[in-house]
Design a protein around this ligand. Structure first.
Ligand code: HAM
Length: 442
């Protein structure tokens, strides 16, 4: 390390001793390059699968009017009552950091009149979401979702095809140890009948439930089914099941979905308690859980939301979608260890003597323009030191330019894995590396 660099590091250490270092906000984290390579691979795979099923990307703001989530996710849900990051802006408007993106996608769909184009819209997104939950492994206050939504069709084939796509995606990223849990929460008509039956049953047992459930029994009895309190579980297990209360249309929809899943070879487990913690669902709901995740075992979740567009003031527009918890997915992918992050540097351009710098800089620029990752030393150093830097950077090749190379008009290219060295003309180096690497490295 050079002397200025050493002095700088010493000063940094001294400064850190004087003031308390600033740390990231609780429940948020930095993803460092050792992790991001694999995150990018997973995102690429998601994009590939979505595009294969004809989805297109949508990007919506992180900041939304608070009322969007109160109206869609539901005013009595845990997300809205306890977990949103909400603040009053300077013009007195209440704003919220999005806790999920389905509401935002439907808002954007309505705001831009995409329904006027007719047909089905298939949209996907990726990005950070914010919920003030108690942080633990797989649960963060800023977390990441990869999501997809289909707007414009009531057809049960949409549900089945979508679930088939999710299974394909998980297979592609090497996650095999998972279970698809499936349910129907009916439509407002049959659900109202079910809720009446649930209320009656809850009347009899609610004194034995937790304080939250006693409140939910009065305000939103379906939410009792999401309760995670251990002592409540045996009581909740005995409550009536929604699948026994579906109207003929919802029953037919559910039967078509399960029938098509069988045809498509997608395995599922019917799970009548799966009502999900958001109010906008109708008919199909699902989650995929993975035993490798521990307590926070829901890898992804979603379902149908045929009434959401109307709840947000738009024309009737059916919808179906998913959000994959990317932080949890990454834990499962690391366990499966099939994908590897491709972060290897292709070339380190080592130059000796100031007169070699212009050619080295030109060469590095050429390589980068052709999509070959390259690093250029910034100070003149000896060959041995350069090669040790190349090693430290895990470069696949070192391109060496010194006095001899300048005189001969040819560079030495050293394969850092095998140690073999070849002479190559500067103009041919990009092509030479491309052939050796098999493809552009970035
Ligand atoms: P959700 O079930 O609230 O659904 O979230 C989906 C997934 O996000 C969960 O299964 C989990 O993997 C992940 N997740 C949720 N909260 C956290 C957290 N605090 N930390 C880490 N991961 C978390 C939705 O968000 C709906 N918008 C899904 C949907 C799309 N429904 C229809 N379309």
């Amino acid at each position: 390390m050079s002397r200025p660099a050493r002095t700088y590091l010493r000063r940094c250490r001294e400064a850190l001793k004087k003031v308390n270092p600033i740390r990231s906000v609780k429940g948020t984290r930095d993803l460092l390059p050792a992790e991001t390579a694999l995150w990018q691979r997973v995102e690429e795979e998601a994009r590939r699968v979505f595009v294969a099923y004809n989805f297109r990307e949508i990007r919506t703001p992180v900041l939304e009017p608070t009322v969007l989530f109160a109206r869609s996710v539901g005013a009595d849900t845990d997300i809205v009552t306890k977990e949103m990051y909400t603040f009053t802006d300077r013009d007195n408007e209440s704003l919220t950091l999005r806790p999920e993106a389905t509401a935002s996608v439907v808002r954007a769909y309505l705001e831009h009149g995409l329904y006027n184009e007719g047909g089905i819209h298939k949209l996907y997104y990726m990005g950070p979401m914010f919920r003030r939950e108690r942080p633990q492994k797989g649960r963060y206050r800023q977390f990441y979702q990869i999501g997809a939504e289909v707007l414009g069709s009531y057809h049960p084939s949409i549900d089945a095809e979508f679930l088939e796509m999710l299974v394909l995606f998980l297979e592609r990223v090497g996650v095999r140890d998972f279970a698809l849990l499936l349910n129907s929460v009916g439509c407002p008509k049959c659900r109202a009948e079910y809720v009446k039956a649930l209320r009656r049953a809850l009347e009899r047992v609610k004194v034995d439930l937790c304080a939250d459930c006693q409140r939910r029994a009065a305000t939103n009895p379906l939410r009792v089914l999401d309760c995670k309190v251990e002592a409540d579980q045996p009581i909740i297990e005995k409550l009536p099941h929604i699948l026994e209360h579906l109207c003929p249309e919802c029953q037919q929809h559910f039967d078509r979905v399960t029938g098509e899943l069988k045809q498509r070879g997608v395995a599922y487990q019917i799970t009548p308690r799966l009502v999900r913690g958001l109010d906008y669902y109708t008919r199909t709901t699902f989650e995929i859980t993975s035993s490798v995740l521990g307590a926070q075992n829901a890898l992804l979740g979603g379902g149908r939301y045929d009434g959401l567009a109307e709840m947000l003031g738009g024309p009737p527009t059916p919808g179906f979608g998913v959000a994959i918890g990317q932080d949890r997915l990454m834990l499962a992918v690391e366990q499966a260890a099939q994908l590897k992050g491709e972060d290897q540097l292709a070339a380190y351009v080592a130059w000796m003597g100031e007169q070699a710098l212009p050619l080295a800089a030109q060469l590095a620029q050429d390589l980068r323009r052709q999509g070959i990752s390259a690093e250029l030393g910034y100070e003149p150093i000896k060959l041995k030191k350069s090669l040790s830097v190349a090693n430290k950077l895990r470069a696949r090749f070192a391109v060496i330019i010194g006095e001899g190379e300048l005189a001969s008009g040819r560079c030495q290219v050293k394969d850092m894995n095998t140690g073999q060295q070849e002479e190559v003309e500067p103009a041919r180096i990009a092509q030479y590396l491309q052939e050796k690497l098999g493809k552009p490295s970035v």
